[in-house]
Design a protein around this ligand. Structure first.
Ligand SMILES: *[C@@H]1O[C@H](CO)[C@@H](O)[C@H](O)[C@H]1NC(C)=O
Ligand SMILES: *[C@@H]1O[C@H](CO)[C@@H](O)[C@H](O)[C@H]1NC(C)=O
Ligand SMILES: *[C@@H]1O[C@H](CO)[C@@H](O)[C@H](O)[C@H]1NC(C)=O
Ligand SMILES: *[C@@H]1O[C@H](CO)[C@@H](O)[C@H](O)[C@H]1NC(C)=O
Ligand SMILES: *[C@@H]1O[C@H](CO)[C@@H](O)[C@H](O)[C@H]1NC(C)=O
Length: 327
């Protein structure tokens, strides 16, 4: 072999192996002046990619792999971590000391794993702001899963198996702005369940089995802008449940079991209210809704379900006579 070729090979070797040292196999690493981001998207990965993980990693993503075990020992090697994204893996449990050495971690995404329970203290030890646990199998949250001085602003527990609103477990979250509890099995909202969250702006409760709302459900939540209640079992709303919500921009009540609305319920500061796919019964009691739809042009086109002769008629197009009202 001539010396030029030898030289070329050795140069290649240095480059290949220096790269291999600074980034784990099956992962890509992005270095910038402020951050080191590691992304491991390989379905064949089944263990934590600890070897070659840069010690100054600030963001780690391991997604859609076979990863089933994660320990505090793994994460100890990357103490500057700020974001941990682990969607689509096979994690079925987390150790209570997982975040022990992560003093900068503000975001964890555990979407689409196999978590069932969360132990005491599991999210203590880190200054978390965003916690996403969407699409797991969680039915039990330990009352002490988050620290009492938590600064969490975004919590996503949608797509789990919660049967009850986790009131005690959320009690310490006074900074919460976004709460997702969609696609669970909630049947009721306990009285006062949102009172501990005065900063709440977006409340996602759609696709549960909620049958009723307490008249004071939102009375301590003056900053609410969006309320998602579609696909529940609401058959009536207590008036004036939305009163005092001055920042309200959007309410979704579609696909419930509402037959009429009591007067006053929609005397609120938004016309963006979704009302379709309810079994509206178009007799004299529909007058309040009809007025709202015709005079304040709500951005929804609900239709009558009954009586039979008015089935599928757009409520806003009814005549007073059709509703049985004096002309
Ligand atoms: C992280 O380490 C790499 C490799 O040693 C270096 O190039 C990069 O500048 C470091 N990044 C930070 C934010 O310290
Ligand atoms: C994932 O792990 C399971 C069980 O450990 C194994 O049977 C399967 O082959 C693994 N899949 C891949 C893509 O490595
Ligand atoms: C929440 O923020 C306060 C004030 O910045 C801080 O003292 C406290 O340690 C934070 N809580 C957590 C759990 O990081
Ligand atoms: C409500 O929102 C305003 C404006 O963003 C903010 O100043 C205020 O602190 C919020 N209230 C609570 C209780 O967080
Ligand atoms: C309705 O909202 C607008 C825009 O945020 C605000 O200026 C107005 O004061 C609100 N009115 C009431 C009655 O809350």
């Amino acid at each position: 072999m001539n010396s030029w070729l030898m030289h070329a090979l050795s140069v290649m070797l240095v480059f290949c192996c220096r790269d291999a040292i600074s980034c784990p196999k099956r992962c890509t690493c992005h270095f910038s002046a402020k951050s080191t981001e590691v992304v491991c998207p390989d379905a064949g990965l089944s263990h934590f990619p600890g070897e070659g993980l840069p010690g100054n990693t600030t963001s780690l993503t391991i997604q859609y792999t076979n990863l089933s075990v994660l320990t505090s020992q793994h994460l100890k090697a990357i103490p500057l971590l700020e974001e941990l994204h682990l969607p689509g893996n096979k994690l079925s449990s987390l150790p209570a000391d997982l975040l022990k050495d992560l003093h900068y971690l503000h975001t964890i995404d555990l979407t689409d794993n196999e978590l069932r329970e969360l132990p005491a203290n599991v999210f203590h030890h880190a200054p978390l702001l965003n916690l996403v646990l969407k699409d797991n199998r969680i039915s039990i949250l330990h009352p002490d899963w988050l620290p009492s001085n938590s600064n969490l602003t975004w919590l996503d527990l949608s797509g789990n198996h919660l049967m009850k609103f986790p009131m005690a477990q959320l009690q310490s979250l006074s900074h919460l702005k976004i709460l997702h509890l969609s696609q669970n099995k909630l049947e009721e909202l306990p009285v006062g369940c949102l009172d501990a969250h005065p900063a709440l702006e977006r409340l996602h409760l759609d696709q549960n089995k909620i049958q009723s709302l307490d008249v004071k459900a939102f009375s301590h939540s003056a900053n609410l802008t969006h309320i998602f209640l579609q696909k529940n079992r609401l058959d009536s709303l207590p008036s004036p449940v939305f009163q005092g919500l001055k920042r309200l921009e959007y309410v979704d009540l579609s696909e419930n079991r509402l037959q009429f609305l009591s007067p006053g319920i929609l005397d609120i500061n938004t016309s963006w209210v979704e009302l379709t796919f309810n079994p509206w019964h178009c007799d004299t009691k529909i007058e309040y809704l009809w007025r709202k739809l015709t005079m304040e042009s709500l951005q929804s086109e609900p239709k009558c379900a009954t009586p039979e002769n008015l089935k599928d008629r757009v409520i806003a197009t009814l005549t007073r006579k059709e509703m049985g009202l004096p002309e």
